[in-house]
Design a protein around this ligand. Structure first.
Ligand code: FAD
Ligand code: NAP
Length: 313
């Protein structure tokens, strides 16, 4: 028979939102269970320096997330390495099924499943994923020592990845579809000053080209969006950094959404369209999408869950 665990508050996700909810729910004596998912620590584990989390002038993303996990555990949060594959919110207690086979029943649920990297959707991108095409410079940058690389995108992630990749690559071409970056000014300044980086404005990725045996990238075809002209840039690696989409698979058919898949919450709170289910972090926020705002929403969700449960008593 499947193992069943009951909790007053089930927290799904182990990014800044999930762990902060874990700290607050534990201190409210709600004895929460937190299920970590496929990426323990969340998106910050895929980056290096974080320079804008209050209290840390500079901290490595993975280190910050280990500290958050330790903090939640020290407060009494039970942290479990499992992935929720189904969430039944049709009756209370809510029922979540873990990939491990464990069934989690809960009086309240905090959704903190965050976001995942977006891909361009090209056939050639799919073909070379893991063989020269990546969405994580921290994970894969090391493989491109002394080689040429391209990065696609113009936001904070693209610029940070381009800067980070100069530690390994001989040259990084930042390919952006406009001539204006979305990234913070401080990052733009660093990019422009870095001699290893060459921005290529008004271009999009048309095709990743490479060898079949062994599978590997040798270059990219790019299109000039003004002239439609296609040209080829030799490179060994392609880093796609065009943003993230909310990880809403568990609730996309059951909760109200906004802005193409972000979980809708009542303004000024973390209440979703199902009473007793709360959402925090990048899963609900299409505007700020920062570690500190996610942590703030995790705190709100735990306080909202506490009030909800007190109301049930
Ligand atoms: P996430 O960090 O996305 O975590 C989601 C969690 O949910 C993961 O643990 C995952 O395993 C879990 N999960 C998902 N599905 C399930 C499931 N079915 N079952 C169980 N668990 C599940 N922000 C800053 O403020 N400063 C920075 O310097 C910064 N740098 C960044 C660099 C990069 C490369 C990226 C990608 C983002 C960066 N951000 C930065 C943004 C920041 O990482 C996010 O805003 C923040 O991590 C969002 O936190 P979150 O808790 O909402 O979700
Ligand atoms: P983002 O801000 O949404 O930027 C995505 C970039 O990719 C944009 O420049 C966009 O171009 C481009 N793009 C999107 N779709 C494209 C397509 N199909 N083809 C070509 N280009 C495409 O995403 P992000 O950079 O991943 O950042 C996500 C969030 O995390 C942001 O809130 C960001 O502030 C945060 N973050 C923060 C830090 C930090 O604080 N240091 C670091 C990383 C991320 P346009 O500009 O033309 O739209």
């Amino acid at each position: 028979m499947a193992d069943t665990k009951h909790t007053k508050v089930l927290i799904i996700g182990s990014g800044p939102a999930g762990y902060t909810a874990g700290v607050y729910a534990s201190r409210a004596m709600l004895e929460p269970i937190l299920v970590q998912g496929i990426e323990p620590g969340g998106q910050l584990t895929t980056t290096t320096e974080v320079e804008n989390y209050p209290g840390f002038t500079e901290v490595q993303g993975p280190d910050l997330m280990v500290k958050m996990q330790e903090h939640a555990a020290a407060m009494g949060c039970e942290i479990i390495g499992d992935i929720i594959t189904n969430l039944d919110m049709s009756e209370r207690p809510f029922k979540a099924t873990g990939d491990s086979g464990t069934i989690y029943t809960a009086d309240a649920v905090i959704l903190a499943t965050g976001a995942r990297a977006k891909w361009l959707g090209l056939e050639s991108e799919e073909k070379f994923k893991g063989f020269g095409v990546s969405a994580c410079a921290t994970c894969d940058g090391f493989f491109y020592r002394g080689q040429e690389i391209v990065v696609i995108g113009g936001g904070n992630t693209a610029v940070e990845e381009a800067l980070f990749l100069t530690n390994f690559a001989s040259k990084v071409t930042l390919i952006h579809r406009r001539d204006e970056l979305r990234a913070e000014k401080i990052l733009q300044d660093r990019l422009m000053k870095n001699e290893k980086i060459e921005p290529l404005w008004f271009h999009t990725l048309e095709e990743v080209v490479g060898d079949d045996n062994p599978l590997g990238v040798t270059g990219v075809k790019v299109r000039n969006v003004k002239t439609d002209e296609v040209s080829e840039i030799p490179c060994a690696g392609v880093f796609v950094a065009i943003g993230h989409s909310p990880a809403n698979e568990l609730v996309k058919d059951t909760l109200e959404m906004h802005n193409g898949g972000y979980v809708q919450v009542k303004p000024g709170s973390t209440e979703t369209s199902v009473p007793g289910v709360f959402a925090a972090g990048d899963l609900t926020d299409h505007v700020y999408r920062q570690a500190v705002t996610s942590a703030g929403m995790g705190c709100m969700a735990a306080l909202d869950a506490e009030r909800f449960l007190a109301g049930q008593d």
